[in-house]
Ligand binder design. Structure first.
Ligand code: M6R
Length: 614
């Protein structure tokens, strides 16, 4: 959470920083700020402008503020951890002398103790943040050598953080550091950049250096030096070239990124299949012979992830059970990491994450690795920390996902999980070739089937127009479609702020049925499947209590129409991959309910796209 940018070069600083922050606003948007170096008559002075609220508020303030310009600076967009969202708590934070300014993403765990120490030494604090401790600590240690003061201060701090700092003492440099939270350096010609994520750099360069944990960088306009924190030894870093299409990070005429991303889903499935399926066989570049050898011997499989990715893990559990005949366990990362998991080299941990930076998932990965388990990451963001640290990685090929509510990344996760389950089942001799071929044929039909579901948008909108004022929704599903009941409810909650609850339909009679009366909408996932008849019985039970039934059903199911107030149809497909289709009406439903309630769809309150704190 929180987005960081830094720039040094010939361009005008304010527009470069604001352009970068715009691309990072998905990481937090409760306040923002910039600081830059003003050089006058050979003398360097730092100025900072900050404002509560979204970036637009900072832009307004900057338009009225004179004298903020230059060619070196830092910027920040915040998701509050320590201290309320306010102008005082917004970054950059400065020291007592005004000679150091710093932006931060992460948490300084021992900040309270350090703050007490610094106050005793006479430092004056002007915010409630943990961040301010870092800049005063650097001031405290400064003795003519900025890099040494920066290093010394970082070594006193516990926690997970990325920093970028500027100082009037050495005005031609950006000082950066990364531990756990991402930081990438953009390499330009006569200019260089630092940012939390690649989209902030794409307007300027595609050549990047990913900092690894505990690496420190000194960035000048035509030079980047990277060194190890503890030893201070210089490091040789590889330059990677980003291949993303910049248009992928634009709305391209859609009112929201979320809607654009929903409509990108046929293409996402095509791209994922193209990348991972060759001549009707699943092929994972990153799974080499020694990993295959281990996969054959694995005794237990764990899916570990958060939020929407956790729901993908639940679907993955059903898929592995079906294709591999193992009984996987699915856990949320924040539980897994603290439960002292009983795992060893016979365990496979599959970490699923769009961002590749989620703090709890990263911690779970490290926990698993430390205990000798084989770790496989399913990740969307190329080069992210989890992608780099796992034993092997499968990328989801969804392209940049900007909307806070995950849509296309979820679909790509489900596609990868289906492909992996088929591959894993064949590798272990649990899935006959004929069955695997059948799945492959079904996979190839998915792009056009996803397109067909998208054509239902008008029907879904009409239903949303009838129900958007409701404050409580119940979602029911069974088997492969139970996780989508959770996902549909999560989508609705996060962007519309209505209460929504997902439940396994068979559990309805154990409690939730008490909710049902003529005011209660119930979304029932009921495509043809081995539990179809059971779902129909659940729908009958809802009708008997006058509930409002919204069914997601297979095309050709005429009967369900008679039992439902609204039906959204999806093409018939193999049960295992039906969640790839049934989730789409749920995404569109949540989207329209949120829009009709005038919600901030792409940046819902209190949320951030990438959750890099516990
Ligand atoms: O980047 P990750 O996939 O690890 O993120 C996990 C969750 O934070 C994420 O899925 C979150 O729940 C989304 N806002 C859901 O739409």
């Amino acid at each position: 959470m929180c987005g960081i940018v830094g720039y040094i070069g010939p361009k005008e600083i304010v527009s470069v920083l604001l352009g970068g922050l715009e691309k990072l606003e998905y990481r937090g948007y409760d306040s923002s700020g910039i600081a830059c170096v003003l050089e006058k008559e050979g003398c360097a002075k730092l100025v900072s402008v900050k404002e509560k609220g979204k970036l637009i508020s900072l832009k307004g303030k900057l338009a009225k503020t004179k004298g903020v310009s230059g060619h070196l600076g830092i910027g920040h967009t915040r998701w509050a951890t320590h201290g309320a969202p306010s102008t005082e708590n917004a970054h950059p934070h400065g020291d007592c002398t005004g000679k150091f300014f710093l932006v931060h993403n992460g948490i300084i765990e021992n900040y309270a103790e350090l703050k007490r120490e610094l106050i005793r030494k006479g430092h004056r604090f002007s915010s409630e943040t943990d961040t301010e401790v870092a800049v005063h600590l650097i001031e405290e240690y400064y003795n003519g050598n900025v890099l040494e003061a920066f290093r010394k201060a970082i070594r006193r701090m516990n926690g997970f953080f990325a920093f970028v700092m500027i100082t009037a003492h050495e005005p031609g440099k950006l000082f950066a550091f990364k531990r756990s939270n991402p930081l990438v350096i953009g390499i330009g010609a006569g200019e260089n950049f630092v940012a939390s994520d690649v989209p902030a750099l794409l307007a300027h360069t595609r050549r990047v250096i990913y900092l690894d944990d505990n690496e420190l960088a000194v960035v000048e306009k035509d030079k980047v030096s990277v060194l190890q924190l503890e030893s201070g030894k210089p490091l040789r870093k590889e330059i990677s070239v980003i291949k993303w299409d910049t248009r992928q990070a634009e709305k391209e005429g859609y009112p929201h990124f979320m809607l654009k991303e929903i409509y990108e889903q046929p293409h996402v499935i095509e791209t994922t299949l193209k990348a991972l399926m060759k001549s009707r066989r699943v092929l994972f570049e990153n799974i080499n012979a020694s990993v295959e050898k281990r996969l054959k011997k694995i005794q237990r499989v764990h899916f570990v992830s958060c939020g929407t990715a956790y729901h993908a893990g639940l679907v993955g559990g059903y898929m592995v059970e079906k294709c591999v005949r193992l009984s996987p366990r699915t856990a949320v990362s924040s539980e897994f990491r603290y439960e002292n998991p009983a795992i060893n080299e016979n365990d496979l941990i599959i970490l699923i994450t769009q961002s590749g930076e989620t703090a709890d998932t990263l911690a779970a990965l490290r926990e698993g690795k430390a205990r000798g388990a084989l770790t496989l990451a399913i990740v969307n963001v190329v080069g992210s920390t989890i992608a780099r640290e796992a034993d092997c990685v499968i990328y989801t090929h969804a392209g940049p996902e900007i909307g806070v509510a995950s849509t296309k990344a979820y679909l790509a996760q489900l596609m990868v999980l289906a492909l992996f389950s088929v591959y894993f089942g064949q590798l272990r001799g649990a899935l006959p070739a004929k069955r695997a071929n059948g799945f492959m044929k079904d996979f190839l039909k998915l792009p056009s089937q996803v397109r067909e579901v998208l054509k239902q948008e008008k029907v879904i909108l009409r239903c949303a127009q009838q129900l958007y004022q409701k404050r409580n929704f119940l979602y029911l599903g069974r088997g492969f479609n139970f996780p989508n009941a959770l996902e549909g409810a999560l989508k609705l909650k996060e962007i519309s702020y209505a209460h929504a609850h997902g439940y396994p339909a068979g559990e309805m009679k154990h409690g939730p049925i008490a909710l049902i009366d003529q005011t209660q909408p119930v979304i029932c996932l009921a495509p043809f499947s081995c539990t179809y008849e059971k779902m129909i019985s659940n729908i009958e039970e809802i009708r008997a209590r006058k509930g409002i039934v919204i069914s997601i059903a297979s095309r050709g199911d005429g009967e369900i129409q008679k039992l439902s107030h609204y039906v959204f149809y999806v093409p018939q497909t193999e049960e295992m991959i039906s969640p790839i289709l049934t989730v789409i009406p749920l995404q569109l439903f949540a989207y329209h309910i949120a829009c009709l309630n005038d919600r901030d769809v792409d940046q819902p309150r209190n949320l951030a796209k990438s959750v890099t704190v516990e």
